[in-house]
Design a protein around this ligand. Sequence first.
Ligand code: ADP
Ligand code: MG
Length: 266
Amino acid sequence: MITYRDVGVRYASRDRAALQGVSFEATRGRITAVVGPNGSGKSTLVRALLGSVHLETGRIEIDGTHIASLARREIASRVAAVTQREDVVFPLKVREYVQLGRYPRLGLWRSVSAADVAAVRRALDLTGADAFLDRALSQLSGGEWQRVRLARALAQGGDAIVLDEPTTFLDVGHEMHLFELLGRLASEGHAVLLVSHQLNLVARFAAHMVLLHHGRIEAAGTPDDVMQAGVLERVYEWPLVITRDPAVGAPTLVPLRARPRGDRTV
Ligand code: ADP
Ligand code: MG
């Protein structure tokens, strides 16, 4: 379980805090989704968990342990992460890159065990990345690269997984596949912390939503609690209606067309 308590972050070059007074839990067995407009602090939340930005206030705990007392490698062995941006900088093949996910877990002699091999194989299988195992990373499409990064995170085998906009570049089929996979990981007992722009998919899959706005929590709760037209219109600064998706009845956002001047129809 990941717990944020009164977390505040301020980047040195900025007047306004990137995060302020942020408290919530990503518990095991469910998808906890963080949503919010561009610049609202979502990626900062992920960076704070991974120990790569300094907290001005508050603390973050993993299963009750303050992350400040954990080395980066210990955090990496407990929380598998797919960060928002990562360029291909390694001249590696897919297979080698996914194996790197096991690195924080390798024993004293850095030798690869049968458990390591099995974890890598399962991760490749779950993400479909086994279809391009021997390709060089530099020869992958955006969507393939995203799936390979997910495979590396899954290979790591931590109880918690955090993903920052993982469906960027994925087509609708692969996007659904990923959401279903995250749902399955949650039901197997993982704590899944998902940053996503896909409000409608999040509302179908997540048990708990946290809406960030200017670094503060604007709303949090079930999808029905958070997917309120008034709140979302104010936060996203765009007219919209909330309806129900015909498949499972989850709250669904439909953005309206801008009104031409002098014309009240939408
Ligand atoms: P999001 O992921 O929701 O789009 P971010 O967490 O990336 O938002 O950014 C939150 C705010 O912090 C934004 O105003 C952004 O410009 C600012 N910010 C992000 N990273 C840095 C940085 N390294 N230095 C200074 N400001 C940053
Ligand atoms: Mg971001």
